[in-house]
Ligand binder design. Structure first.
Ligand code: NDP
Length: 332
């Protein structure tokens, strides 16, 4: 059994030195525990915060701790009455070939015709983040112009499609022409901006000629400043994430001058998907219906092999993924 531990705290963008793949015995499930064989594991931007010391909504890992995140896998041994060998479950498990968990800490996965990895993406945490962020936090009106950053990623790609279903004009910001084409040609976004190749503020003047009524922010930093410059009076901003800043040390903390924030009287609201736990089922059911009907489309970027999990994780900060980044593990 192979398992990843945090070798050292990353300095800036993480690299291979920060991760150790160690050999351990396959763990024995204790009373009420299950032994899970990993099929897919999720790498997520928030994990970067767990690698640093200090304040975060996700508790920091200690050096030497096992890395952990959302996993979908097969129960191979069960001491819990709700599960038996062969069941597919998901939970917050260590990055390993095999992991044990309390049966109360995993849930059964039903993905119908879709592969299990969707439980980590469009039907899992990122899909729900998009769902609650759009329906509850941003709550745009039909006809509103909605902008989303990291638009071709796991959360952003669903955000834009939900806003379209709501009758909004949707503009996505992403880091390559291929991603922008995906947004406009496949996902039905009205416009896309490749921030690597364009001045975002100038491009927005064209893509959002009536200004921005709602902004779903996944990235923070300069892109967000450019969007703020186009906010309309009483605009709404949902702050979902700030990936552009996750590898920076010494970022100025706290509210600073944001372009036009005072003038527009915009409402800027952070949110955490975890707060919506009592409504997860509602979100997953609705997302599953939209996926079934074709109203919500999705892509996944799959890295093969547990040993490639760190690269897949680092790739998130380099925009290597389209849609949800997962790692296929499937040990013998
Ligand atoms: P994604 O699938 O969107 O992957 C991250 C993407 O971010 C990359 O593909 C890349 O796309 C983009 N990116 C990376 N670095 C930068 C940068 N410096 N500037 C601009 N874009 C960058 O990840 P997720 O969908 O899982 O997460 C998206 C955001 O949502 C993250 O900020 C995450 O922390 C947050 N989040 C928040 C939750 C909450 O409860 N509040 C829950 C889940 C996620 P590109 O090629 O376009 O640069």
């Amino acid at each position: 059994n192979r398992q990843f531990v945090l070798a050292q705290r990353p300095d800036g963008v993480p690299d291979d030195e920060d991760f150790d793949l160690v050999e351990t015995d396959v763990p024995e499930p204790g009373p009420r525990e299950v032994l899970v064989r990993t099929r897919y594991l999720s790498v997520d931007p928030y994990m970067r915060d767990r690698m640093r010391e200090g304040e975060s909504y996700a508790e920091p890992w200690a050096v030497g701790d096992a890395l952990r995140g959302a996993v979908v896998g097969e129960v191979v041994e069960s001491n819990h009455p709700d599960y038996e060998a062969g069941d597919t479950v998901t939970g917050n498990l260590v990055w390993a070939d095999y992991a044990v968990a309390d049966g109360a800490d995993v849930v059964a996965v039903e993905t119908g015709d879709l592969r299990d990895s969707v439980a980590l993406g469009v039907l899992g945490m990122p899909g729900r983040t998009a769902y609650f962020g759009v329906t509850d936090v941003l709550d745009p009106d039909p006809g509103d112009t909605v902008v989303v950053s990291a638009a071709a990623g796991a959360v952003g790609s669903v955000v834009g499609q939900l806003a379209k279903l709501n009758g909004c004009r949707v503009v996505g910001i992403a880091g390559s022409d291929a991603k922008v084409e995906y947004l406009t040609d496949d996902l039905g976004f009205d416009a896309g901006i490749n921030y690597a190749d364009a001045d975002v503020a100038d491009a927005l003047a064209e893509a959002a000629p009536r200004g921005v009524d709602a902004y779903f922010d996944n990235v923070g930093g300069d892109i967000t400043d450019a969007v703020f410059a186009h906010l309309n009076v009483r605009a709404s901003v949902a702050v979902c994430g700030q990936i552009a800043l996750y590898n920076e040390e010494g970022v100025t903390m706290g509210p600073r001058k944001l372009p036009r924030l005072v003038e527009t009287r915009a409402r800027v609201e952070g949110f955490l998907v975890g707060d919506y736990a009592p409504r997860f089922e509602e979100a997953s059911e609705r997302l599953a219906q939209w996926v079934q009907s074709g109203d919500v489309q999705f892509r996944e970027t799959v890295a093969d092999g547990l040993e490639n999990a760190p690269d897949a994780f680092v790739g998130l900060f380099e925009g290597e993924n389209v849609g949800k980044q997962v790692v296929r593990v499937e040990a013998e």
